[in-house]
Design a binder for this molecule. Structure first.
Ligand code: GEK
Length: 256
């Protein structure tokens, strides 16, 4: 079911509702995000590499806005330390329903596999249905915000990042991936154009691209990389910079 092709905006909709992470989106989400976000698969796979490097023994890892659990699974496959726990949070019950099934399949596969990349096979994953603004962050060595902060109201973002910085152990890492915008208008428009070319090359029609864009208006609010860097520093991170970027999609590493 989760291998289904995204056709949500393929037919003309006279009244385009604001984008919601409902059952229709959950059932096509892997296809939607792969065909819409340049570099998504690279970012997920590098999240595993970063878990390998930064996750500390007896600590927690958080996947905030986990959707179907791709980042949680990447961390689980690569954690090298004992006594860890992954807390995966999303406020869409439709997403979590499918996430639960996918995590169970992953657990079953790893129990029967002899080629697991990590010797720690059973880092438990706790799924939490809730608003990431209300979830306490405690004893964390890794926090992932993979394309989620962009959906949080602008005025709440600094508070959330402060909470994450406070909950991270010394040496802990935040991986923050976002759609971004640019101050230079010409560059901004070029990046949007190249992103739309990417979507067209992945089989989305102009109608799908434009209807999805309208539905995300006022729901997904991008900011510049300068704003992200500055706010992360103010939140208490000592080292902050971009490690991946393709067009208007970027991922930052922020170290406590
Ligand atoms: C991935 N990280 O595959 N509290 C909890 N969850 C939220 C909130 C909130 N306030 N706002 C949005 N979400 C994933 C992809 S998708 C990104 C993340 C995208 C959830 C929302 O329900 C959705 O599942 C996720 O954040 C954003 O690596 O679709 O562009």
């Amino acid at each position: 079911m989760t291998d289904s092709r995204d056709k949500i905006y393929a037919t003309l909709q006279l009244d385009i509702a604001g984008f919601r992470f409902d059952q229709a989106v959950a059932s096509v989400f892997p296809d939607m995000i792969k065909r819409s976000v340049p570099g998504y698969e690279t970012i997920i796979s590098m999240t595993g590499t970063l878990a390998d490097r930064y996750v500390q023994a007896n600590s927690r890892c958080y996947d905030l806005g986990c959707s179907l659990g791709a980042s949680s699974i990447a961390m689980r496959h690569h954690i090298q330390q004992p006594g860890c726990e992954i807390i995966s949070v999303d406020n869409s019950e439709d997403m979590l329903k499918q996430c639960r099934v996918i995590l169970q399949q992953d657990q079953n596969n790893s129990e029967h596999s002899s080629v697991e990349p990590s010797p720690i096979k059973h880092t438990p994953v706790e799924l939490v249905c809730g608003n990431i603004e209300d979830i306490p962050i405690v004893n964390a060595s890794m926090v992932v915000l993979n394309f989620t902060l962009q959906f949080i109201p602008l005025e709440q973002r600094a508070k959330l990042l402060h909470k994450i910085a406070d909950g991270l152990l010394p040496g802990g890492v935040l991986v923050l991936s976002e759609k971004v915008e640019f101050i230079d208008q010409q560059h901004h428009e070029l990046m949007i154009d190249l992103h739309h070319n990417f979507k067209r090359a992945n089989g989305y029609s102009d109608l799908e691209i434009s209807q999805k864009r309208s539905s995300l208006e006022d729901v997904l609010i991008p900011e510049t990389l300068e704003v992200h860097r500055q706010r992360l520093r103010e939140a208490g991170f000592s080292s902050v910079d971009v490690w991946f970027q393709c067009f208007n999609f970027a991922s930052l590493i922020a170290l406590k």
